[in-house]
Design a protein around this ligand. Structure first.
Ligand code: ADP
Length: 273
């Protein structure tokens, strides 16, 4: 079954057509990249797909269900996880706690902006819930916690020795690249059917970018379906099965990387600059 089908998606801001009739699909196991000049509508398209924004018109179908207008947390619970351009982690939770949040999709879609308000609530709410369950059925709690710890460890190990040794450090103490890895690990924790990444290597140096590329290639080899926006063309060409080129809110080319790269319209609008 097609993982994602987007049909005729439109969204304007004060008369500006940011996304102007975009259609595409993502098939199981595919990596599809969206590229295009600044302001061409890439992030808006991801926001429409992941429920951060509502489309003015058009339809988003995820695994055969019409999910148009669904909120991010509902989409996350249905199997669509995303990361953000600037990397959103809960700075005063540990790396492991951040990934643990990914196991609870409603929390995964929570915004770490208001961390002073959110974090104590998260801590106390989960503590209360766990205490209540523990009083009723301690072995079940132990099994559940062991299971969650194992899932978190699996996600951390994905990034070699970058995250595992730092599992118990507050996320704000990490390097930028490690915070972004933490965010990807969190998005993967629930085993999403579709991983949506907004510029996963933005702000990373070439070595860090190369490392993230290897990790994304491993994910792809393991069958993970991915939709991403990315500026770094070399990464896009190496990773993608198909590339979608946006210009002024419209798709001007779509196809395998080699085909898109040699498309005269693409060279004119984007690559040639
Ligand atoms: P890209 O990700 O390709 O750089 P965006 O999707 O961020 O492009 O933006 C597409 C266009 O929509 C740009 O002209 C941008 O200024 C405008 N835009 C995006 N988000 C908003 C918003 N929340 N309010 C007003 N204009 C916006």
């Amino acid at each position: 079954m097609t993982v994602l089908e987007v049909t005729g998606l439109r969204r304007s801001f004060a008369g500006l057509r940011a996304v102007d009739g975009v259609s595409f699909t993502v098939e199981p196991g595919e990596v599809v990249s969206i590229i295009g000049p600044n302001g061409s509508g890439k992030t808006t398209a991801l926001n429409l797909v992941s429920g951060v924004l509502r489309p003015d018109s058009g339809q988003v179908t995820f695994q055969g269900r019409d999910v148009t207008g669904w909120r991010p947390e509902r989409l996350a619970a249905a199997g669509l996880s995303r990361t953000f351009q600037n990397g959103r982690v809960f700075g005063n939770l540990t790396v492991a706690e951040n990934v643990l949040i990914g196991l609870t999709p409603t929390l995964q879609a929570a915004r770490p902006f208001s961390r002073w308000r959110n974090v104590p609530v998260l801590r106390w709410a989960s503590l209360l819930a766990e205490t209540a369950v523990a009083l009723v059925d301690p072995p079940a709690v132990r099994r559940e916690l062991a299971d969650r710890q194992a899932k978190v460890a699996t996600q951390l190990d994905r990034f070699g020795d970058r995250l595992t040794p730092r599992a118990d450090l507050a996320a704000h103490t990490l390097s930028y690249a490690n915070r972004r890895r933490t965010e990807i690990a969190r998005a993967l924790a629930s085993g999403p059917a579709l991983l949506v990444l907004d510029e996963p290597t933005a702000g990373m140096n070439p070595a860090e970018t190369g490392e993230v590329l290897e990790q994304l290639l491993e994910l792809k080899a393991a069958g993970q379906t991915i939709l991403l926006v990315e500026h770094k063309i070399d990464l896009v060409m190496r990773l993608s099965d198909r590339v979608l080129v946006l210009d002024a809110g419209s798709v001007i080319a779509a196809g395998p990387p080699e085909q898109v790269r040699s498309d005269p319209r693409v060279i004119e609008a984007y690559l040639g600059k």
